[in-house]
Design a protein around this ligand. Structure first.
Ligand code: HEC
Length: 121
């Protein structure tokens, strides 16, 4: 019993030493993630393979689960595109496919895709 009490502060210190770096790295990571996200056109082009099926064909209408007119996003305002994608991701705007797709995108993905489409003629 006495030895257990003696070991306790040492144990607490050892656990703290183990977790502190993780905490510090977690905060650093959050700080980086919350900084301004700048879209990259080239990265956006690499990420658009899941979008071109619908948004890349002029006059195309998505037929699942109903027929929807697919909006033209090429040349659209960059900030508008980010806001639209975020709105689908948060459920503010709903559409079966767009909600599903946007939920897989990170803030960086959205910024990259918006930069790519905004600069597409
Ligand atoms: C299955 C077809 C389909 C795919 C795949 C798809 N979209 Fe969409 N997208 C739509 C439809 C349909 C709408 C209109 C939904 C609505 O009425 O809100 C839309 C809406 C949008 C809007 C809002 C446009 C506006 O004018 O408000 C943006 C931005 C967008 N999509 C970007 C993307 C991006 C980026 C991807 C790839 C990551 C993607 N979409 C993949 C069909 C699709």
């Amino acid at each position: 019993m006495t030895s257990f009490l003696h070991d306790l502060p040492c144990l607490v210190r050892r656990v703290a030493r183990l977790f502190m770096p993780m905490l510090v790295m977690g905060f650093a990571g959050a700080a980086v993630a919350s900084g301004p996200v700048v879209g990259d056109i080239a990265s956006g082009q690499n990420k658009n393979s899941m979008c071109i099926g619908c948004h890349g064909i002029p006059g195309y209408k998505a037929s699942f689960p109903e027929v929807y007119a697919v909006p033209m996003i090429a040349g659209q305002n960059e900030q508008y595109l980010v806001v639209a994608l975020r709105a689908y991701a948060t459920g503010e705007r709903t559409h079966p496919t767009m909600t599903a797709i946007s939920s897989t995108l990170s803030e960086q993905d959205m910024a990259d895709l918006a930069a790519y489409y905004a600069n597409l003629k």
